[in-house]
Design a binder for this molecule. Structure first.
Ligand code: FE2
Ligand code: FE2
Ligand code: FE2
Length: 285
């Protein structure tokens, strides 16, 4: 019974994941501005949906899926993107309606209805945005710039995306409230990093590649934290190296700001690991 619900909710999570990345891709491509902000706000609502659904899956004893559902990646025309986002919302609406019918648990039903009402509002917004981008002649600001700086930024984006997923997964699986909260907080901080890097890349006429690499799937808290510390130390070193290569002052500062955060993350996770170990020792005594 639970397995069936977990399977459905995981499909929902995969859909939210795809929507988040699809919308962010569009927002970044537009550059700074009111519309990009509105789209990012919708994307943040999808993140909350993902979070609620993943918590529910974990409560049911399942593992939240971090596979990404199908994304629509239309070409260079902003009206086409907004049309794709309308379609994404329509898919989500149909899926939630189906899952509300299929699931008997009243608490989960209520949650899905709550999410469904957001998706309906989002669809309306994207319909409106189709006209808006036509009127405002919104352009695709992404370019084909390659080279070392673009390479560094895309490497950073890939790293940030990977740790966002890894820390979220760890937060859902960690039994300790403290570890859970810290993991969530740091995942949010990594989302900021991803946004900064992607915006920087677009403003330099590059194109963000929002893909991730393998995430750590440890189940034991100490193992999770060890993996998280390892990755933070590696990327802190890599960002420091990258910053030395970058000539542009403000980009250098940005990379060093992110690097400082990563050092902080490594220290924070190290403290948590120490606490987890100390607690383990006390239990044994
Ligand atoms: Fe959603
Ligand atoms: Fe980061
Ligand atoms: Fe980090």
């Amino acid at each position: 019974m639970n397995e069936d619900i977990i399977r459905l909710l995981n499909k929902d999570i995969e859909g939210e994941h795809a929507a988040i990345i699809q919308y962010l891709t569009h927002a970044y491509a537009m550059g700074e501005g009111e519309l990009a902000c509105e789209i990012e706000a919708i994307s943040r609502e999808e993140m909350r949906h993902l979070d609620w659904l993943a918590e529910t899956v974990a409560e049911l004893g399942g593992t939240p899926s971090f596979k990404r559902g199908k994304m629509r990646k239309a070409g260079k025309i902003a009206a086409g993107w907004m049309q794709d986002d309308v379609l994404a919302e329509q898919d989500a609406i149909a899926m939630y309606q189906e899952h509300i019918k299929a699931i008997g648990n009243p608490k989960i039903k209520r949650l899905l209805k709550r999410i469904l009402s957001d998706e309906m509002a989002h669809r309306g917004k994207f319909v409106h945005f189709v006209d808006k981008v036509k009127k405002e002649k919104t352009k695709d600001l992404r370019g084909t710039k390659k080279g070392r700086v673009a390479e560094i930024l895309n490497w950073g984006i890939e790293h940030e995306y990977t740790v966002i997923i890894q820390y979220l997964l760890h937060s859902y699986l960690a039994p300790s409230e403290e570890v859970k909260n810290e993991m969530q907080d740091q995942a949010i901080n990594e989302m900021q990093h991803l946004g900064w890097l992607a915006e920087e890349l677009v403003s330099g006429k590059g194109t963000p590649r929002i893909e991730h690499t393998a995430v750590d799937k440890s189940r034991k808290m100490a193992d999770m934290l060890k993996a998280d510390i390892k990755i933070e130390k590696e990327v802190a070193a890599e960002y420091a190296r990258a910053a030395r290569e970058i000539k542009d002052r403000s980009l250098k500062d940005l990379i060093m700001r992110i690097q400082g955060h990563e050092v902080y993350h490594a220290d924070l996770f190290s403290d948590l690991l120490k606490e987890v170990k100390d607690k383990g020792k006390k239990k044994k005594r």
